[in-house]
Design a protein around this ligand. Structure first.
Ligand SMILES: [Zn+2]
Length: 353
């Protein structure tokens, strides 16, 4: 029997262990069409199903790479806040929950701030990390958005938020709800400085997040099929005791009902944002003479015009500029969406006057 235990068993074990080294998740199933997706192909398609176009969630890092020019950006540190101010406890202590999530994700909280350029225009992005407690908004996230808005104003950059959140962080009680007015004031500051504020809605955008800064953008863009709403569909159905329509709370439904401006596939995000920002930055940003920060606009300030077109005329001028500005940008010429954007921007300028 000796040869069995000494020779055969280790041999079998080594074969079994070798097989274990092969990653189990080479293939994954699309949650929408149930098609099989190979890990390398799905990475290449930016986590979008190449059978049906279903947009799956991506990490914040990948998201930022997709959005910024050449995938390059600089991280901005989010301010520290006192954690667990209420000494909250449900089934588990909130402080323990935080500690565990921090250890698991290696991140301080659910927000990431980054700056860089999109289409050559200066941009500050505040993006949510769904992996961190469902992207819930507590004091740290609120503080992060305030900080990002401040950086945008200081550097005369466009401000983009990318919510991916279930809403306010209940473990912080009223403090988490206070982030709704705080973030609202933060984005108001950006808008008062004459800078564009754009929201990229991703799956999901719900609760206190959709009830505050996420619905206050000058332009709202959403990823295809993403869920946008305040309360969940089932909760609404149970409250109003009525059947809700097909596709309720999806990006496409919101677009149809005028809640958002456009639905943009992930691989066209950079091109679309480039086009929008070029329209806005070439025409609308007025940089004071002798301002040190003016150089940071990547030379765009040279094209600033002093005339103030208004109404329909402005929209038309905008459209022409759009065509000029994006002559070299990749395709996706959704003329409808562009017209809408231009009109909206023009309306805002007229209102400012
Ligand atoms: Zn699919």
């Amino acid at each position: 029997m000796n040869w069995l235990t000494n020779f055969i068993r280790p041999k079998i074990r080594s074969i079994v262990e070798q097989q274990k080294d092969v990653p189990e998740n080479l293939w994954q199933k699309c949650p929408s069409c149930e098609g099989m997706l190979f890990h390398r192909d799905i990475k290449e398609s930016l986590n979008v199903c190449y059978h049906c176009g279903h947009h799956m969630r991506i990490s914040v890092e990948e998201r930022l790479e997709v959005m910024f020019d050449d995938g390059k950006y600089t991280k901005v540190a989010a301010p520290k806040v006192p954690h667990d101010p209420l000494k909250f406890k449900d089934r588990k202590k909130y402080s323990d929950r935080l500690r565990d999530t921090r250890a698991k994700t290696g991140q301080e909280d659910a927000i990431r701030i980054a700056k860089g350029t999109i289409g050559g225009c200066p941009v500050v992005i505040a993006a949510f990390d769904f992996a961190f407690m469902g992207g819930s908004m507590g004091a740290a996230v609120g503080e992060g958005i305030v900080k990002a808005a401040e950086v945008a104003v200081k550097e005369k950059a466009a401000f983009i938020t990318v919510p991916c959140s279930g809403g306010a962080r209940m473990q912080e009680g009223a403090i988490s709800l206070m982030q709704m007015p705080r973030t609202t004031i933060a984005v108001n500051r950006v808008q008062n400085a004459g800078l564009p504020y754009i929201v990229l809605l991703t799956d999901p955008t719900t609760g206190g997040v959709s009830a505050s800064f996420a619905m206050l953008g000058d332009i709202h863009i959403a990823e295809p099929g993403c869920m946008i709403g305040f309360a969940g569909k089932r909760v609404i159905q149970e409250t109003i005791r009525e059947e809700l329509p097909e596709g309720f709370q999806t990006a496409e439904y919101c677009l149809e009902h005028g809640m958002i401006d456009m639905v943009v596939p992930r691989d066209e995000l950079n091109a679309t944002l480039s086009r929008i920002l070029n329209i806005i930055f070439n025409k609308k940003i007025k940089v004071k003479k002798g301002d040190n920060n003016s150089k940071k606009n990547g030379g765009n300030d040279k094209k600033v015009v002093s005339d103030k077109p208004s109404g329909v005329k402005a929209a038309l001028t905008q459209k022409t500029t759009a065509d000029k500005a994006v002559k070299n940008a990749p395709a996706n010429t959704n003329a409808d969406a562009r017209q809408k954007t231009a009109t909206k921007t023009a309306a805002r300028t007229s209102a400012k006057k």
